[in-house]
Design a protein around this ligand. Structure first.
Ligand code: PLP
Length: 393
């Protein structure tokens, strides 16, 4: 075997996003024992940082070991018991995954289906909540599979009216658009490190409200997960009475998440969100120059995940391959009903910069030109970007 040196890439897909050298270097610092007092201090800061990020001063926040999906798993498996009713709103791949998990938890799942590319309609959700006494409402804030944002405030309010808890997937939203657990009144929220937080994949920031914790304590059966059993996890991360061994925390991954939060708070949460929006607008202007448009109505677009319609007759897979091979730029493909119909361009965290926007449009324009499309328009696209950037500066 030989050492592995990854090729240099520019990550502009649905995640992971580019990781700054600052975060990579933080992860390369010496490993501590997971019960070392110095690491426990770092854990406490990390928990506090997550409370700030989720705007969840009353929630218990911890980074779970594993990808974003483990946050979903922890939420569904801990809040649901066999026979309980879960309403799951589905407008893309990750909503589907939530429904699958709720079923595995033994719940009776009511699926509220929405066309992929559209936000969740609260009226449809309300009808489902009326139908039966639901324990839980689950939905995705930022559907990465389609580039659509749904509004959590009204959905969480409906759930509360019906006495249901909420699980909100914030994997792609946290650090890219406003996440506000307290204002929404959301019970469980979870995210991933590799999207807008721009740390390597491997941890799932997780938040649970006091009401959610009560529900977990009141369970009649043990959750169908050991690793993500919140009662066990809370006593590991909890602090009071000392930490009991549960699993070995991925120590260096926590260094990375911590550093990513330090960088984010240095820039400022409001400034970070404004940057994501400005880069989205610059990209949009440039896409117009290439004669391309987005697949999502203006009001529901995610700045950090742009679903770009692939023009009729263009080999979309070859475009992605061209961008990767010639420019080292990775963008994503469409999924499910949108497979072959869209590209997914991520502007997440450290990948939300003017340089990324310009490079992506240049690579995309060149890839289209290679298929005999819009050969003259890369310059138009870049000019439009500069005009837009000058307007927001
Ligand atoms: C990426 C993503 C996930 C899953 O995260 P993994 O780290 O791949 O497990 C879940 N939900 C949404 C909305 C995502 O974008």
């Amino acid at each position: 075997m030989n050492s592995f040196y990854p090729p240099v890439r520019i990550l502009m897909g649905p995640g992971p996003s580019d990781v700054s050298s600052r975060v990579l270097l933080a992860q390369a610092r010496p490993t501590l024992g997971h019960l070392d007092p110095a690491f426990q201090m770092l854990m406490e800061e990390t928990k506090g940082g997550l409370q700030r990020l989720f705007r969840a001063p009353e929630h218990a926040c911890i980074p779970l070991p594993g990808p974003g999906t483990c946050g979903m798993e922890a939420g569904m498996m801990n809040l649901l018991e066999p026979g309980e009713v879960a309403v799951v709103a589905i407008n893309g791949l990750f909503g589907q995954r939530m429904a699958d998990m709720a079923e595995r938890a033994g719940a009776e799942v009511v699926r509220v289906e929405q066309t992929w590319g559209e936000p969740i309609d609260p009226a449809k959700v309300e009808a489902a909540l009326w139908a039966r006494g639901a324990k839980l409402l689950a939905f995705v804030h930022a559907e990465t599979s389609t580039g659509v944002m749904s509004d959590p405030g009204p959905l969480c309010a409906l759930a509360r009216e019906h006495g249901a808890l909420t699980v909100v997937d914030c994997v792609t939203s946290l650090g890219g658009i406003t996440v506000d657990a307290q204002a929404w009144g959301a019970d469980v929220l979870y995210a991933g490190t590799q999207k807008c937080l721009s740390a390597p994949p491997g941890l799932a920031p997780f938040a649970i409200s006091p009401r959610g914790q009560e529900a977990v304590k009141a369970r009649k059966t043990k959750p169908r997960t050991w690793l993500y059993d919140l009662q066990l996890l809370m006593s590991y991360w909890g602090g009071e009475g000392g930490r009991a061994y549960h699993h070995t925390a991925p120590v260096n991954a926590v260094y990375g998440l911590h550093e990513a939060m330090v960088a984010l708070f240095e820039e400022g949460q409001t400034a970070v969100i404004a940057r994501h929006l400005a880069m989205h607008q610059a990209l949009l202007a440039g896409l117009g120059g290439l004669g391309l448009e987005l697949n999502v109505a203006e009001d529901h677009r995610l700045p950090q995940l742009n679903a770009v319609k692939a023009p009729e007759g263009v080999d979309e897979a070859r475009v992605r391959m061209h961008m990767l091979e010639r420019f080292g730029v990775e963008i994503g493909a469409g999924l499910g009903p949108l497979k072959g119909r869209i590209w997914r361009v991520g502007l997440m965290g450290a990948s939300a910069t003017p340089r990324h926007v310009r490079l992506c449009l240049t690579a995309l324009g060149d890839a289209l030109a290679a298929q005999g499309r819009n050969a003259a328009s890369v310059q138009d696209a870049l000019d439009a970007v500069e005009t837009r950037l000058a307007a927001v500066a």
